[in-house]
Design a protein around this ligand. Structure first.
Ligand code: LLP
Length: 391
């Protein structure tokens, strides 16, 4: 049998089910989810998400172009980003997207200048840094004073003074994003409290917003993915129902990425060698940090399974072929593993394929979908990917 590995395998049924459960968990007509494209920008994933009625949260001009190409309406697209280039702002303004989440007073001036040139009124949301601890990995924490993101609450009044001076800007909303892979929901309750403080002080100045964007961040179960393939969206949305004070007609926007696509993707790889090291047995696989950088970058844990073997478990250190010691998928226990076995690295649908690189001039892993008719390109004998992954 020959299979071209490594490759990303996406379970589209799980993606559909996740989207359905997520939409069913919303019982407020004013709640709207924008999918954070940065988590996974594969066309088929985006088409599926679009079909379920979500909007798009973009962080670059190219993500806006991609969203438009997939068919998202400009009114369903938001742009965030701490360092938007003039070209990216031109694109956002000329397309008339729903809102530009502005991160500094200086940026307001630039947006106004570009909007004036386009004879347009740019819809602005202030991205505010609420100084709320997301209680997650420090590299994916974004809402503390020490983080580079957002306008500090102490600068809010000055930002309002500034925006009122510009005739080509309209303040439509506020935006927050405190971090990612958040499993304890308390930080979201704290965020609501801060959002309420902000809306109260804006109201005191006669400003009532059209929308409040609470960002993304809901985490997934990496440790034991099969026990919870779909995150608890009901509890998540309930926090905002309960703690956010809303005005009549005000909408709440969410920018979920990982919780939607995280569990539907796996990285499938083959064991190249099993080497007896001085302190552990290395299972050397053909996938590396160029395919999935999360373990190297954040010490992230992804469950690894040997789908070719059963039997008693033995300790292995699973590593990739890249010339870096951080190219590891961690120490785990697997059935007796040998050359040619297939190992799958689970929960890799978010921030996996999008973060892959050509380092060492390696090819990037392809994507294969559970309903893919071109599977023969990758699998040339009796085994199909679904057989391969039906474990
Ligand atoms: N909104 C904003 C403004 C963001 O910066 C992000 C993620 C999201 C929404 C979506 O967050 P999510 O729902 O996916 O947590 N590469 C890291 C994650 C970086 C997240 C960056 N921003 C990882 O692999 O864990």
């Amino acid at each position: 049998m020959s299979v071209r590995t490594p490759f990303y395998y996406y379970d589209l049924t799980l993606l559909e089910n996740t989207l359905e459960e997520m939409q069913a968990a919303i019982n407020n007509p004013n709640f709207k989810v924008h999918y954070a494209i940065k988590a996974n920008a594969e066309d088929r994933i985006l088409h599926t998400i679009k079909k379920h009625g979500l909007g798009a949260d973009c962080v670059s001009g190219n993500e806006i172009k991609k969203a438009l190409e997939i068919g998202f309406e400009p009114q369903d697209i938001v742009l965030a980003g701490i360092g938007k280039s003039d070209e990216e702002l031109e694109l956002a303004i000329s397309q008339g997207i729903h809102s530009i989440n502005c991160e500094s007073i200086e940026e307001l001036e630039v947006i106004n200048e570009i909007a004036e040139r386009h004879e347009a009124i740019a819809s602005i949301a202030f991205r505010i840094n609420p100084n709320v601890d997301a209680q997650t990995h420090h590299k994916i924490t974004t809402g503390l004073n020490e983080n580079k993101f957002g306008i500090p609450i102490t600068e809010l009044d000055a930002a309002v003074d500034e925006i009122l001076k510009h005739k080509n800007l309209a303040l439509k909303g506020i935006h927050f994003h405190i971090g990612s892979q958040i499993l304890n929901l308390n930080p979201f309750a704290n965020l609501c409290q801060q959002a309420n403080n902000v809306t109260t002080s804006l109201k005191a100045r006669g400003i009532v917003l059209e929308h409040i964007n609470v960002g993304g961040g809901l985490g997934i179960n990496y440790t034991n993915p099969d026990s919870q393939l779909i995150p608890n969206f009901v509890e998540y949305f309930r926090v905002f129902e309960k703690f956010l004070n809303l005005e009549e007609g005000q909408t709440v926007h969410f920018e979920l990425g990982r919780s939607i696509v995280g569990q539907c993707g796996s990285l499938v790889s083959k064991v190249l060698y099993v080497k007896k090291g001085a302190s552990s047995n290395f299972a050397i696989i053909d996938a590396g940090m160029t395919d999935l950088i999360r373990p190297a970058l954040y010490n992230a844990f992804h469950k690894v399974e040997n789908i070719s073997k059963d039997g008693e478990l033995e300790p292995y250190h699973v590593v990739g072929p890249i010339c870096e010691s951080s190219d590891t998928f961690g120490k785990t226990e697997l059935p007796k593993t040998s050359r040619g076995d297939f190992l799958i690295i689970k929960s890799a649908g978010a921030y996996g394929q999008v973060l892959s690189s050509n380092y060492n001039l390696r090819d990037r892993a392809a994507a294969i979908y559970s309903d893919d008719i071109s599977l023969e390109n990758y699998i040339s004998s009796r085994e199909t990917v679904s057989e391969l992954l039906a474990v």
